[in-house]
Write a protein that binds this ligand. Sequence first.
Ligand SMILES: [Fe+2]
Length: 389
Amino acid sequence: MGSRENLKFSFLNPTKIVFGHQSSSRLGEELKALGVKRALLVTDRNLHHHTKIPETVARAAGDLLGGIFSEVIPDSGIEIVNRGAACAREFKCDGLISLGGGSSIDTAKGISALLTLNQTDISSLLGFQTVGRPMIPHISIPTTAGTGSEVTFVAVFKNENLGRKILITDDHLHPQTAILDPGLTLALPPAITAATGMDAACHAIEAIHSRRANPITDGLALQALSLISANLLTCVNDGQNLGARGNQLLASTLAGIAFSNAFVGVVHALAHTIGARFGIPHGVANAICLAPSMRYNLKAATPRYALITAAIGIPTGGRPETELAQKVIEWVEKLLSQLPIPRKLRDVQIPPEALPRLAEEALTDSSIYTNPIKITDPAELEKILREAW
Ligand SMILES: [Fe+2]
């Protein structure tokens, strides 16, 4: 994290944010503003088959809708992105609308990259800064509140052959516009609300403990945590509460902008690996690994965790940072205990003998590079996993 005298950073958030109840009805004018003539709506099978949301959004796009691609599944893979790009070409689309959770938004990012570079296989673009030029317009409309993908420069895909999650990052990958319509999140069941909400909490906490944290990302992440502490439980217990849903959606976006600039750490390195190997939802894997990872990071991140106390309503009262940091970890554990999601790796049927291999693999996940403690020995990760088990 370095001393403030040596502080150097750049900050990027090119996404226009349109927030408000029924703001998705503005989709047509936002497409027009970006010069889109024929947009492909990218959404997931579940939304398409079980809700009217894609229909409503398609209506809002009006005659600027060129086609619908509704094959996205959780942890979308390379094949689906490639098929989506072929579909966009078939419909002669010049813009994208993503509707759904992180998978739909990331799939649209991948399709946009392929169309921009006139390529057909997303495998060739994996890695850092692989697009390198402004991409075709993409408007994201999240229906979950957690991934923050609507405002980030990263897309995560599953490589089915390797059983690994793989990333594309590029400064041009951000959607041009994010429409945050809280009404679209009202139907989310409590367990998914909780898991995605914990993903947002992890983004905020990891942005704070990241080696690349800066005062702007701190401000965004602390505001995200303040909103999460005041609204997540309400969203879970009273799903129809539009005000709480709106605040949670804002928290997710704020945390998304924060981690898109500060990056994350060991929690995400572990969650990516657990998710890819065992199909555990990203938010659940993050939630389980969060407190053990924070305890591991304490010797480097105590002042950073202490910073969080005021944002989540813990009185500081001149207490030492070590005590405040502990209180923040206790807050995380208490929050998790009140949510309808698993709390331990053993609760999601991960066998203890799988932990060494998970540790080995997580060590190669790029999220680990910005963890406050540099980790080079898989045995360190295994310690965290054993505590999470
Ligand atoms: Fe995440």
